[in-house]
Design a protein around this ligand. Structure first.
Ligand SMILES: Nc1ncnc2c1ncn2[C@@H]1O[C@H](COP(=O)(O)OP(=O)(O)OP(=O)(O)O)[C@@H](O)[C@H]1O
Ligand SMILES: [Mg+2]
Length: 331
């Protein structure tokens, strides 16, 4: 069975991982993060945040500028450990002249699997990723989503303990994404650890046990979704507004001393306690205000993400890449 959980409890345990590319782009600036064995961990961040750079360091595709820590109990960069890791690179390309079945077989061979075992595994995987009917079609004739499915199949061909997927649902339609989520959950049920990068935040929310938000090469926040949203839960009261200024005055008056924010004709009370909301409703009703809706709101991963990538002083989302002067050394 899976042994790495017993080794350290952490499938990935990184301290101070940094990477400055030639040309002085500081893609990572001291990442500390840990992935528990047996969990699905999501790494999210805007374009150019450094997600793929981190994955490539784990996979020894590129060298870190600094890094300490372990993957499956071995130091980062320990090549033999990669035999226990499956990898779906970003923008992967398979030889166009191979069929899906041949691609999986090829990667099985690279992993050193004997022919009979490869054949069995190939058929199993084609079934798992829903590509059985396309097994004998050349990659050339595949859609993006089909390529991605075969990509996931090759990543798990050698039955790895840790699966690292860089944007696994890139270009995949909603049905395909649901299928991929099911595959990830199945991997987890088998005791494997899944580490994935994705932009599809609602998707991460559905499957990830924990997430880290990477912004400009640093971890802006990490934890379970509950931990990250804790303290940000609220009640929203939306009123039917005519004059916006008048509506906002009524909302502010009704909220009184309860901590709140107002945006257009919605009052957000910083509480999950329904009792706290009642006097506010009474005050609004007494003032003749018409309430359209009242609902408890838990911030979504998208809200957290937007908060992490928004410049608090200007309220404007940061542009992509390792930037803002700090992106390039000396500028
Ligand atoms: N080989 C390279 N040489 C120089 N700079 C690079 C190289 N690869 C990436 N970068 C830079 O490093 C930063 C991080 O890139 P990375 O690909 O890790 O981001 P990412 O979070 O995966 O983005 P995306 O969501 O677009 O895939 C970017 O500013 C990028 O321009
Ligand atoms: Mg990337």
């Amino acid at each position: 069975m899976v042994t790495h959980a017993a080794e350290t409890g952490w499938a990935i345990d990184l301290t101070n991982v940094s990477k400055t590319y030639r040309g002085k782009v500081r893609a990572l600036r001291g990442i500390d993060t840990r992935v528990r064995a047996g969990e699905i961990f999501g790494l999210l961040g805007p374009n150019g945040a450094g997600k793929s750079t981190l994955v490539k360091i784990l996979m020894t595709v590129i060298r870190p500028t600094t890094a300490s820590g372990t993957m499956l109990g071995q130091r980062v960069g320990h090549k033999p450990t990669l035999a226990r890791v499956g990898y779906l690179p970003e923008h992967h390309r398979f030889p166009e002249y191979l069929t899906g079945a041949q691609v999986i077989d090829y990667y099985g061979a690279l992993a050193g699997m004997p022919r009979a075992q490869r054949r069995k595994r190939r058929d199993e995987l084609l079934e798992i990723v829903g590509m059985k009917d396309w097994a004998d079609t050349k990659v050339r004739g595949y859609s993006k989503g089909m390529r991605q499915r075969v990509g996931i199949a090759q990543a798990i061909v050698n039955n790895p303990d840790l699966v690292v997927l860089d944007e696994p649902t890139d270009g995949v339609d909603p049905v395909g994404r649901r299928d991929i989520r099911a595959i990830l959950v199945r991997l987890k049920e088998q005791g494997k650890t899944v580490f994935l990068n994705s932009h599809l935040l609602s998707e991460l929310e559905m499957v990830c046990d924990r997430v880290a938000i990477l912004v400009q090469g640093t971890v802006a926040s990490q934890g379970t979704i509950d931990e990250l949203t804790c303290g940000k839960i609220r009640y929203d009261i939306e009123i039917v507004g005519g004059d916006e200024a008048a509506a906002q005055r009524s909302l502010a008056a009704a909220a009184g001393s309860t901590p709140h924010t107002i945006a257009r004709n919605t009052l957000s009370l910083a509480t999950t306690d329904a009792a706290v909301v009642q006097p506010v409703i009474d005050a609004l009703r007494a003032g003749g205000v018409i309430i359209r809706s009242i609902r408890p709101v838990r911030p979504s991963l998208e809200d957290l993400f937007m908060e992490a990538v928004t410049d608090p002083t200007t309220g404007v989302a940061l542009p992509p890449g390792a930037r803002k002067g700090a992106g390039r050394e000396g500028s």
